[in-house]
Design a protein around this ligand. Structure first.
Ligand SMILES: O[C@H]1[C@H](O)[C@@H](O)[C@H](O)[C@@H](O)[C@H]1O
Length: 520
């Protein structure tokens, strides 16, 4: 085959010839070339190692305050104690995620995962050994820092290592671990609650949470840094080795070269652009710091757009109310008269897990935008049906209707919640974590960190307001409000979120240059 016929050969030759105008095309070719049928064993291993953080994240987010009894501060917990203990985790996750993005650029993606592991282990130990409420809050806050850092850096790490055609699937693997962690937390919580000794069971539960972090610490030490970060810090040769390893020997050396060159070109262009902007603004040359990172994120149109979309998706993922079910579904099911509410809650966690698995199978074929536009309507239907079910219960209880009607309504609500959760898990539960593909490399880490902070901020708000809303506005209005938020989110996604499935990271990020936000 001649080089004219072979797009890859011609692309790399053009690069070698120094034709900068054509360099952008190279990234496009990288994404369109037929990739290996399935990810290599090495990339699976790497995703597994990084995904253990997801397991920890899931366990932490779902670990309800199992019976602490009077084992802290020699008194029963007050409502204030409970809300401070619960919200300290999301608050610290929120504070730490943008900060750890700065660390991910200076120390590297992998080291931030290692730091998060150390924090997980420390936090688990402090919680397991604590005897006062305030030490418990300290332990939960340390775990919050770990979750904040890990929830942002793991999807970034996976996305930067994954081949374009499998990226969605591999990032979704991380969400599978999160949802699996949630299922495990429910089962363990239920088991300890039913059969454990009240004063020690919870210590075991939080303490054992440190074990996966120890396992991950050792596994991650053997894993490489991402090629993109390596190129960014001038270690191009190492980057080539990693690309080769990820491909599992299934691609030709020239394709590896082309991939690394594509990244190098992007880095060079961005450094050049940054230098020019600095010179124009301050008349000086020099190394850009993280303040410039913020400046670039907000002053350049394409970066601003990427940030707006990533924050929209992450905010919507939480404001749609899903985690209120994770935190309080047992309370809801108790209210509805289910005999073992914690077991009914497990149904929610399992539905979430199973449909996230389904997302794994179809996400790269269906595409991110399309999967959201298909699945959000199911969330709206589920929420509205649940709202309707609650309104019937409110009516029937005020008319003191028979318990069969109430039971029927409770089942309708459970089914509607399952429809909602399925819709959530297949789209909104995982697509926002593909945030890094929206950003150009120089602002990728910072942008992902801010979007992750948006996720934790909205999570904090939902956790804090759900019970209050149920009380002040009735369950019907609360669920209808979440449906309204989903409708608003749907319209914004339809207007502004372009499809990024199958594109290289470089190509996906440049979509947002378009006047129509890359949507058409
Ligand atoms: O992607 C995850 C997943 O959907 C979890 O089930 C949810 O609890 C988290 O908040 C979310 O970030």
């Amino acid at each position: 085959m001649s080089s004219a016929q072979d797009p890859l050969i011609s692309a790399s030759e053009q690069i070698d010839a120094g034709d900068e105008d054509n360099h952008r095309d190279e990234g496009r070719l990288e994404s369109n070339k037929p990739g290996p049928a399935s990810p290599s064993l090495f990339i699976w291993l790497l995703t597994l190692s990084a995904g253990i953080s997801g397991l920890l994240f899931g366990c932490v987010i779902s670990s309800t305050l199992i019976s602490l009894g009077s084992s802290l501060s020699n008194r029963p917990l007050t409502a204030l104690d409970k809300s401070i203990i619960t919200s300290s985790t999301s608050l610290f996750a929120l504070l730490v995620s943008p900060f750890s993005s700065v660390l991910a650029d200076s120390l590297g993606r992998k080291r931030v995962i290692l730091v998060a592991d150390v924090l997980f282990i420390l936090g688990a130990g402090v919680q397991a050994a604590c005897s006062t409420v305030w030490v418990m809050v300290v332990g939960r806050s340390i775990v919050g820092m770990a979750v904040g850092a890990a929830s942002f850096v793991v999807p970034l790490y996976i996305a930067e290592l994954a081949p374009a055609e499998h990226r969605g699937r591999l990032v979704t693997m991380n969400v599978i671990f999160i949802t699996l962690g949630q299922v495990v937390a429910y089962i363990v919580g239920y088991g300890f609650g039913e059969y454990g000794h009240a004063n020690t069971a919870w210590r075991w539960m939080v303490g054992l949470g440190g074990v996966p972090a120890v396992v991950q610490l050792f596994m991650m030490m053997a894993m490489p840094e991402t090629p993109r970060w390596l190129v960014m810090v001038g270690r191009g040769l190492e980057a080539k080795g990693v690309v080769e390893k990820v491909a599992g020997g299934k691609v030709a050396a020239r394709e590896v070269d082309a991939t690394v060159k594509g990244i190098e070109i992007e880095v060079r262009e961005e450094q050049e652009g940054r230098r020019l902007r600095r010179r124009r603004a301050h008349g000086v040359d020099g190394k850009a710091g993280w303040v410039e990172g913020f400046d670039e994120l907000f002053s350049i149109r394409r970066n601003r757009r990427a940030l707006a979309i990533a924050c929209l998706l992450q905010g919507l993922q939480q404001l749609c109310g899903f985690n209120s079910l994770m935190y309080f579904s047992a309370t809801i099911f108790e209210m509805l008269g289910f005999p073992i509410p914690t077991l009914t809650s497990l149904v929610v966690a399992v539905t979430n897990f199973v449909f996230t698995l389904a997302a794994l199978l179809i996400i790269d074929r269906v595409g991110r935008r399309r999967i959201l536009l298909w699945s959000i309507p199911f969330m709206v239907i589920g929420l509205l049906l649940a709202a309707f079910g609650f309104s019937s219960i409110e009516l029937s209880s005020s008319n003191s209707a028979g318990s069969t009607t109430a039971q029927g309504n409770a089942i309708v609500i459970l089914m509607s919640i399952m429809v909602y959760v399925a819709g959530y898990a297949i789209g909104l539960g995982n697509v926002p974590w593909m945030q890094s593909e929206l950003f150009a490399l120089n602002v990728r880490s910072l942008g992902s960190g801010i979007a992750t902070a948006t996720n934790w901020g909205a999570n904090f708000v939902i956790g804090l307001t759900f019970l209050l809303l149920m009380d002040a506005l009735t369950p019907t209005v609360t669920f209808a409000l979440y449906a309204l938020i989903c409708v608003g989110g749907y319209v914004l996604i339809w207007k502004f979120y372009p499809e990024t499935a199958g594109l290289s990271l470089e190509e996906a990020a440049s979509l947002l240059e378009d006047d129509n936000w890359g949507v058409r």
